[in-house]
Design a protein around this ligand. Structure first.
Ligand code: ADP
Length: 359
């Protein structure tokens, strides 16, 4: 008896140990599954829900506790989903839109009875793909316009005799279109480079006041004396990349010149405020209606396409500004009123600044 009791006790202990191991393993499995970005739904042979992870709850609007044992095709009634689940052919994933999310889902058999439905959220990837496609379409369109003009002039020049003056005029117009293409390509390259850089710019000290003086000289040259351009700047420097910041500030100031009629005034200020510093470019130009403000930094977005062409815009200036500011942990704030003028402020946070007493 003693021997049998000992053996029974050993078997019980062994059982207890396996049970504890199993419970621990299950807990680890559940934790791993709950951290997965992809959804996993386990269904039985007739598609009753047995278990699902939080990502699947989010992707398909399920609730593991509430929906356990219910028929999946009753829980998600979209016809394309039901057809897929009943089709019996699961080699290809099904693209499926659920509550504004784009989901790829696929059913996989995993033992004789059960199946796993795997869901993958492709909303963000699709958005990026659309952005990329739009960018290529827009860029091609932008390049096609000056190319068409140049080709038109060339064909005309080849087929017609023309006097010296007409020839000069046409060459001049062709050169203008060539420069426009060059500006466009340069801006596209700048933007692509900014977007592909994952690292923050090195923390070099960028001396802002001399940079602003230089940019103002260029803006005055562009304005050819037709605007009053003033600068009021505190002696604050920034950590970051000189060329990127110069390109962003130049874009803001040249925009002010291009969108302000002759005789207007442009004020540039570089000042400390509460939690940071702001570079503000204020003009009394044509202004921008409220509904455009949130879209200004989109690539190739223009309030008035004709005007932007006349003023030699590429439509990429503010997109470049936005990226440069993001890389310097800053952001752009725009206030404007049609007919009154605009105020563009590049805001930088305190850790990005180097004040004179800290040097
Ligand atoms: P663009 O090269 O066309 O100027 P940007 O990206 O620099 O492109 O600006 C986008 C649009 O924002 C411009 O087409 C213009 O309509 C508007 N915009 C930018 N700056 C100003 C400003 N200072 N005043 C009025 N409109 C502006």
């Amino acid at each position: 008896w003693a021997h049998s009791t000992r053996r029974l006790e050993n078997i019980r202990r062994e059982d207890e140990r396996s049970r504890v191991d199993m419970v621990e393993w299950l807990a680890r499995f559940r934790q791993a599954m709950s951290l997965l970005p992809d959804g996993v739904v386990i269904v039985d042979g007739v598609m009753h829900l047995e278990w699902c992870n939080p990502a699947a709850e989010k992707h398909l609007g399920l609730d593991r506790v509430r929906d356990e044992g219910r028929l999946l095709t009753n829980l998600i009634r979209a016809p394309e989903f039901v057809n897929y689940m009943l089709s019996g052919s699961f080699d290809q994933p099904l693209p499926f839109v659920h509550h504004h999310r784009k989901i790829q889902l696929q059913l996989i058999s995993f033992d004789n009875r059960r199946r796993i439905l795997v869901t993958h959220d492709v909303t963000q990837a699709e958005k990026l793909e659309t952005l990329r496609r739009d960018f290529i379409a827009n860029a091609s369109h932008e390049l096609r316009t000056p190319l068409t003009v140049i080709n038109g002039f060339l064909e005309h020049a080849l087929s017609t005799e023309m006097d010296q003056m007409t020839r000069q005029r046409q060459l001049h117009l062709m050169a203008e279109q060539g420069q426009r293409m060059q500006r466009l390509v340069a801006d596209m390259l700048t933007l692509t480079r900014l977007e592909s850089l994952v690292q923050q710019p090195s923390g070099d000290t960028v001396r802002i006041v001399p940079m602003l003086n230089h940019i103002l000289d260029q803006a005055r040259a562009l304005s050819e004396g037709k605007h009053l351009i003033t600068l009021e700047a505190d002696d604050i420097n920034l950590k970051g990349n000189h060329d990127e910041l110069e390109s962003a500030f130049t874009n803001l100031l040249t925009n002010a010149v291009r969108y302000t009629p002759n005789g207007g005034s442009i004020q540039v200020t570089w000042k400390l405020f509460g939690e940071g510093a702001a570079l503000t470019v204020r003009d009394d130009g044509i202004g921008i209606a409220e509904e455009h403000l949130s879209r200004l930094t989109e690539r190739f977005y223009r309030v008035d396409k004709t005007r932007s062409r006349v003023t030699q815009g590429t439509g990429l200036g503010l997109a470049i500004v936005k990226h440069v500011l993001l890389r310097h942990r800053g952001h752009l704030v725009v206030a404007s009123e049609p007919g009154k003028g605009s105020c563009f402020s590049a805001i930088f946070k305190r850790p990005q600044l180097i004040l004179s007493e800290e040097r």
